[in-house]
Design a protein around this ligand. Structure first.
Ligand SMILES: Cc1cc2nc3c(=O)[nH]c(=O)nc-3n(C[C@H](O)[C@H](O)[C@H](O)COP(=O)(O)OP(=O)(O)OC[C@H]3O[C@@H](n4cnc5c(N)ncnc54)[C@H](O)[C@@H]3O)c2cc1C
Length: 575
């Protein structure tokens, strides 16, 4: 059942209490409640995703940022950005960030996951071992324009009966899309055509795939918490309720949790304690999970004491290793560029009518229709921060005319997907309602600056291809004319943003390691009965791609681990 507010739920004790109904939390809610003997509670701070148009129409995704469906965090002043502060979106809605994200679906590379397996000592985190979970998660569907998509993807890479809808662009944007692939064929090399970027070897130019199906966003809420799932009598989803702390359980139990209760606050002043008899599972995300743990006395003991929190478990790695992908925009003035639907009220009204009636047209698309993944040259004078030769250093996302600018334009969004910089999440007060202090420390590793320069030079080469003659006029401000390393660095420093992919603040480490936050089974070190299942556990290497697919497989695998650990012990267990 779905409860809109704290006072609607009378039951206080459950087998599992999942904190955060986001991308990972809703997967767990679905999978754990498949076991009829498990009583499962999910607590989400945000409201329902039902009826939120901006969370349904793919091209409206950007309207969800700086809205009530966003936690509206900001970063600390960024050193490389001359003190600039960035807004740092995180989903505050059922489905979490999967309900507000840009819907790009990329799995990452074979090397990314094989590195996780190597550094955690658990082969279950390798690409081959996780492949069944990608398959379990994905449901590939046809685009809504009904075109023949042969040659735009490799069907053998995909699953057609999983949960999260994945598709190709629902309507092509011509001549832009055709030009992208003509330029890729013309230039080859870094840009050569790749039939499917999701087969573990993403390098090259590929058609974009997104978590939208039937012309609508497919979030973890729409895919995993369907009406039928919400109808299960053993699943309870509580909205608009914020968890501030995890505490010692007052239920005496030999194999039950040590920290088995959570402190919950509703939208008013009402508060309650919920008890888990088996496990509390933190799925509050890369920012939310460490934030709750700090206020529960878990983290670096000295840092906690300095803000007046009594330490319970000393875990110095918590909140460290924040890893994110910096983001840049490079603009090119363009002739005949396809119109900006979002900026023209007449076109927007027509497009919305089309979307309402058939889920087709420009609003049914995610922002990008294609993507280019590339690597720094082999002779680069830095230690390679990537996971290996199948992992890109940068991603170029060619797009057209989607931002309010004076001139029609093409734009390349650049994401640096194998960064070496590491930041932190900390707290500066003992009040759990105060925002955490977020420092992604972008570009503090020089190799990240080198990768950004290389990406900018590559997108210039790409748009200089003959295939763009008559379309691209010239590079536009603010990057136009920045040629030397120093000039490029100045442009990067003035303009970089985030791709909103923070991970690793509660990283995995081998079971016996005295660093790290969770073991390879995602159990918090030094505490019984507490797991973390979300993007924060990625061993301090983000996948070289957009991260939601990785979060889905982490959650799917975690659900199997949890079922396995409690199988036979679930009252009336039913597998
Ligand atoms: C604007 C944006 C664009 C993105 N674009 C893409 C993209 O195109 N492709 C891609 O692959 N990835 C993208 N990402 C990243 C991806 O969506 C996230 O990495 C992923 O969804 C994170 O999943 P999670 O389960 O770790 O956290 P989330 O999905 O963020 O879930 C955490 C949940 O916990 C809840 N919560 C937090 N604190 C509390 C608390 N104290 N009490 C109760 N509930 C709490 C939150 O409200 C949220 O619902 C984007 C992210 C953002 C924000």
């Amino acid at each position: 059942a779905l409860y809109q507010q704290l006072c609607d739920l009378t039951q206080s004790q459950f087998d599992f209490v999942i904190v955060g109904g986001g991308t990972a939390g809703t997967v767990l809610a679905n999978r754990l409640s498949e076991v009829k003997g498990f009583q499962v509670l999910v607590i989400e701070a945000g409201p329902s995703n039902e009826g939120v148009l901006d969370a349904q129409v793919p091209l409206f995704a950007s309207k969800l940022r700086n809205s009530p469906y966003d936690w509206n965090f900001t970063t600390t002043p960024q050193k490389f950005g001359n003190g600039r502060i960035l807004s740092y979106a995180r989903g505050h809605i059922l489905g979490g960030s999967s309900s507000i994200n840009a819907m790009v679906y990329t799995r990452g590379s074979v090397n990314d996951y094989d590195r996780w397996a190597r550094v955690t000592g658990d082969s279950g985190w390798s690409w081959d071992a996780l492949l069944p979970y990608f398959i379990k998660n994905e449901r590939f569907v046809q685009p809504t324009d009904g075109r023949n998509i042969t040659g735009e993807y490799d069907p053998t890479t995909h699953s057609f009966d999983g949960m999260t809808r994945v598709s190709l662009p629902n309507q092509l944007q011509q001549p832009f899309d055709a030009n992208v692939f003509a330029a890729a064929d013309e230039l080859g090399g870094n840009f050569k055509f790749n039939l499917d970027m999701n087969d573990g070897k993403p390098l090259g130019t590929a058609w974009m795939q997104g978590t939208n199906g039937g012309g609508k966003r497919s979030s973890s809420a729409t895919a995993y918490l369907t009406r039928e799932v919400l109808g299960r009598t053993n699943l309870h989803v509580l909205l608009n309720t914020r968890i501030t702390r995890i505490q010692r359980s007052n239920i005496p139990s030999f194999d039950g949790p040590e920290l088995g209760s959570v402190e919950a606050f509703g939208n008013g002043t009402d508060s309650r304690i919920f008890q888990a008899t088996k496990e509390v599972i933190l799925s509050a995300g890369t920012i939310g999970s460490p934030h709750i743990l700090f206020h529960s006395g878990i983290g670096d003991a000295q840092e906690l004491q300095s803000v007046g929190i009594r330490p319970l478990v000393n875990l110095p790695s918590l909140g460290k290793n924040l890893t994110d992908h910096p983001f840049l925009h490079v603009y090119f003035a363009a002739h005949n560029a396809e119109p900006n639907v979002l900026a023209n009220p007449t076109l927007l009204a027509e497009a919305l009518e089309q979307w309402n009636s058939s889920r087709t047209g420009p609003l049914s698309n995610i922002v990008n229709h294609s993507v280019i993944w590339g690597r720094l040259p082999n002779n680069a004078s830095f230690d390679d921060p990537s996971a290996g030769p199948t992992s890109p250093h940068w991603e170029l996302l060619p797009s057209v005319n989607l931002e309010p600018r004076d001139q029609p334009h093409a734009v390349a969004y650049i994401s640096l997907v194998s960064p070496a910089s590491r930041g932190t999440v900390t707290i500066n007060s003992s009040d759990p309602f105060d925002s955490p202090v977020i420092d992604p420390a972008f570009f503090t590793a020089p190799v990240d600056v080198a990768a950004a320069r290389d990406a900018i030079r590559n997108i210039r080469n790409f748009f200089a291809a003959k295939s763009w003659e008559g379309y691209i006029i010239s590079e536009a401000p603010p990057s136009a004319g920045a040629g030397s390393d120093d000039e490029l660095d100045a442009f990067i420093s003035k303009t970089f943003l985030t791709t909103w992919h923070p991970v690793s603040t509660a990283m995995m480490s081998p079971r016996q390691a005295d660093y790290g936050v969770v073991d390879p089974n995602l159990k918090v070190k030094g505490i019984r009965g507490l797991r973390i299942v979300d993007a924060s556990v990625m061993k301090p290497y983000v996948v070289a791609g957009h991260v939601q697919a990785a979060v889905y497989v982490i959650a799917e695998r975690a659900a199997d681990m949890i079922k396995h650990d409690w199988s036979g012990r679930a009252a009336g267990g039913n597998f």
